[in-house]
Ligand binder design. Structure first.
Ligand SMILES: *[C@@H]1O[C@H](CO)[C@@H](O)[C@H](O)[C@H]1NC(C)=O
Ligand SMILES: *[C@@H]1O[C@H](CO)[C@@H](O)[C@H](O)[C@H]1NC(C)=O
Length: 336
């Protein structure tokens, strides 16, 4: 019996095996629950999941590199329920490409058309084709159901193929997939060479900040030290330095404002990676006062710095006025 760690993982696994011939091994695995009893949840209504209830099909002759010696015919098999493919104890999956005839221990090898599903697809129906006479789909076999399971494997609901001699293939190139970790997926561009690749972290990053300067400013201030923090989601704005630092690469939108005090010119600049990129400029006469809000949107690399400089003039604010403000948001995460 090939060793599968899966078998002995829980006392509640039952193993039943039948030997058919010398190299034909079939066993049925039934898992009762998944060991999370005591959670207080009533799981008696848990839906049947073929990922936990399948028959392991470990027949080396099904491999795509196995030439015909015994001519198998899956039409003679009484298929029942769901199956998971193994090659000498190692998980393996159906080929997603046409397999040369006279392989997989049969005349016309059966392969899966349309590829394997993803976990979120649930149970899908896929066409099955048998190659013969250089026609990859000479035999259109009845479709089968397929499901992707957690742990990088698939289960198939095999049915009798359209005729003899045809057999469901096990793609020997996918043996490597059994080595993929939980955080990896088994992928292939050409459906020939397979490899484990780390799953992309689909993390949700929230970056928003809104800070203000609670007093008036006169003349040149290299970096406005906004110290009243209303929002600093993601902690990317540093109140000690007055600098916002992009925590991830992506598209960002910023805004900054002032309210002039007295006559003359007041200029504020938004400084991105030490470049002065946007200005809030106002020129007022006499004792009038204007508010001025500027916005700027840009793509930033992780680590980029953004702050506001008060280049000249006078800006008015008191603690409650929120007239000298700086804020921004990460609109979308994007690799640059
Ligand atoms: C098929 O490939 C496997 C894995 O690479 C290898 O162990 C086996 O000997 C090959 N079988 C044949 C018949 O070539
Ligand atoms: C606000 O700033 C912009 C950009 O510097 C400038 O074009 C505009 O005239 C200013 N608005 C007022 C009311 O001063």
């Amino acid at each position: 019996i090939p060793y599968h760690p899966f078998f002995f993982s829980s006392k509640k696994d039952y193993l039943c095996l039948s030997l058919i011939g010398s190299n034909h091994l079939l066993y049925t695995l039934t898992q009762d629950g998944d060991g999370d009893e005591g959670s207080g949840e009533d799981d008696s209504h848990k839906a049947f999941d073929p990922c936990n209830h399948y028959t392991a099909l470990d027949q080396a002759w099904r491999a795509t590199n196995y030439t015909t010696k015994n001519v198998a015919c899956d039409r003679r098999v009484q298929w029942k329920g769901w199956y998971r493919l193994f090659y000498r104890g190692k998980p393996i999956q159906m080929p997603e490409r046409c397999v040369r005839k006279e392989m997989c221990g049969t005349h016309s090898p059966l392969w899966l058309v349309g590829g394997h599903p993803r976990i979120r697809d649930g149970v899908v129906t896929r066409k099955v084709c048998g190659n013969w006479k250089n026609n990859c789909c000479m035999f259109k076999s009845p479709p089968i159901q397929v499901k992707a399971c957690r742990g990088n494997y698939y289960v198939y609901k095999f049915v009798k193929p359209v005729a003899c001699h045809m057999a469901y293939c096990a793609d020997i190139n996918t043996v490597v997939c059994g080595k993929c970790r939980k955080t990896e997926s088994c992928i292939s561009r050409d459906k020939i060479t397979w490899m484990c690749k780390k799953n992309k972290m689909r993390m949700k990053v929230n970056v928003h900040f809104f800070v203000t300067y609670p007093a008036s400013i006169s003349g040149k201030v290299n970096r406005i030290m906004y110290r009243k923090v209303y929002v600093n989601q993601g902690g990317a704005f540093n109140t000690r330095t007055g600098i916002f630092r992009a925590p991830v690469s992506g598209v960002y939108q910023f805004f900054f404002s002032t309210q002039t005090r007295g006559s003359g010119t007041t200029d504020l600049w938004l400084v991105v990676n030490n470049y002065w990129v946007a200005m809030s400029h106002s020129n007022v006469q006499g004792s009038s006062s204007v508010g001025n809000l500027s916005t700027y949107m840009t793509t930033l690399r992780k680590g980029a710095t953004v702050y506001v400089t008060h280049n000249r003039g006078r800006s008015w604010a008191i603690s409650a006025s929120n007239t000298i403000v700086f804020g921004g948001s990460l609109l979308m995460v994007r690799k640059i």
